[in-house]
Ligand binder design. Structure first.
Ligand SMILES: O=C(O)CCC(=O)C(=O)O
Ligand SMILES: [Fe+2]
Length: 230
């Protein structure tokens, strides 16, 4: 791991749950981008970071995400087609729901880290980001996937950056479910959806897909809009 990460990770609160509960685990932890991450974003349109929250906060956020998914609030995302509005799960087979967490929760802590990530991307990579939406997505296994797509089209939705945080401990190769990035002019890059991995890419620039998934797969995605967005 790049040495740049060390001072910033050491500043985190490890091993203690403060009186406020899991939501305060990461209080004061600043998200900073390394030089390599800024360069990768500019040159290739993406970067990955193997540990965004740290083990304790990641497991707490995973537990809350799983509880939400199991509570039945998520709905099928598949593209709707035709007059009968049937779902076409050939394009995407995930279940999704928007997330606005309470502050004093582990997902609230993740939310604040995404907020800081947006600020760091604006300061370090001049992306001029404003608000973001946060979505929980669950691929139930059974080969569910999401076909190759862009998250934004120039001049349309004004989504500028996509940041995905994965919540799957013990992810194994036979589970499939890789995020496959297709950077322009480069070979595809596969990202396993392992617990606490963060991937950040430019929404208009990086085409991507979720490969067929053979285990329950959870992810939280933040889409950052430009500051000038409505
Ligand atoms: O979960 C992932 O790895 C990517 C999902 C995705 O591309 C999307 O929801 O737009
Ligand atoms: Fe996407």
């Amino acid at each position: 791991m790049a040495p740049e990460f060390i001072p910033f990770r050491a500043a985190r609160v490890w091993g203690t749950v403060r009186p406020g509960g899991v939501g305060t685990l990461l209080e004061g932890a600043r998200v900073e981008l390394s030089v390599q991450e800024v360069e990768a974003l500019g040159a290739r349109g993406y970067f990955t970071r193997p540990a965004f929250l740290g083990d304790e906060a990641a497991l707490a956020a995973r537990a809350e995400a799983l509880a939400r998914a199991e509570s039945g609030v998520l709905h099928a995302a598949g593209i709707r087609r035709g007059a009968d509005r049937t779902l076409d799960t050939r394009v995407r087979g995930d279940l999704i729901g928007w997330v606005t967490p309470e502050p004093d929760t582990a997902l609230g802590a993740l939310w604040r880290q995404f907020e800081q990530l947006g600020q760091a991307l604006s300061a370090g990579a001049y992306l001029g980001l404003g608000r973001f939406d946060l979505q929980l997505a669950c691929y139930p296994g059974g080969g569910a996937h999401y076909s190759r797509h862009f998250d934004a089209f120039p001049g349309k939705s004004n989504r500028r950056a996509t940041a995905i945080w994965y919540a799957n401990p013990d992810w194994r190769a036979e589970h499939g479910g890789l995020l496959r990035l297709h950077p322009e002019g480069e070979s595809p890059v596969d990202v396993p959806p392992r617990l606490d991995t963060l991937v950040v890419f430019l929404s208009e620039r990086i085409e991507h897909e979720v490969m067929p998934t053979h285990a329950h797969r959870l992810a939280l995605t933040a889409w950052f809009y430009g500051r000038d967005a409505g």
